[in-house]
Design a protein around this ligand. Structure first.
Ligand code: THU
Length: 165
């Protein structure tokens, strides 16, 4: 299945074997996330983050955090990578790797980025890494259990919602 043109925009990958990434691919993604981290614009936090996103057809999109003097406008690396991919027509993803300078801890995506990932399915993989390249994998569903997603908007609702809504 090539999900690039998926009309629903949801990345449920039917065949579990197609989800399995080789060790080589995981290491490549982590390395790409670390390279993306080098581009981070983070003068306020000094906390560099990079992300590398693998699409269903094996394209890679990277992103870094981009902060702003108006602090609340800053963008996280994961959301940056996802927005780049979506704006190029990609909506189905196998995995995203996240890298930072944390040496003793796996970088953990913020709640907003978890929800942003979940928009495109809950079964794909997130590689949380340390600066030395070691990693742990969690699915989007594990990072954001009992989540709200696009499907929920089409679930059965009360039929008598006032018209002004
Ligand atoms: N940040 C990310 O880019 N991704 C994460 O998963 C966690 C946090 C950024 C946001 C901000 O620029 C800096 O790290 C400190 O919070």
């Amino acid at each position: 299945m090539d999900g690039v043109k998926s009309s629903r925009g949801v990345a449920d990958i039917e065949n579990p074997s197609s989800r399995h990434l080789s060790q080589e691919t995981v290491e490549m993604l982590i390395r790409r996330s670390q390279e993306a981290k080098e581009k981070a614009y983070c003068p306020y936090s000094n906390f560099r983050v990079g992300a590398a996103l693998l699409t269903l057809d094996n394209s890679v999109f990277t992103g870094c955090n981009v902060e702003n003097a108006c602090y609340n406008l800053g963008v996280c690396a994961e959301r940056n990578a996802l927005s780049k991919a979506v704006s190029e027509g990609y909506r189905s993803f196998k995995a995203i790797a996240v890298g930072s300078d944390l040496s003793d801890q796996f970088i953990s995506p913020c709640g907003g980025c978890r929800q942003f990932m979940r928009e495109f399915g809950s079964k794909w993989e997130v590689y949380l890494s340390k600066a030395d390249g070691s990693y742990r994998m969690m699915t989007v569903d594990e990072l954001l259990p009992v989540s709200f997603g696009p499907e929920d908007l089409t679930m059965k609702k009360l039929s008598d919602i006032p018209a002004e809504y």
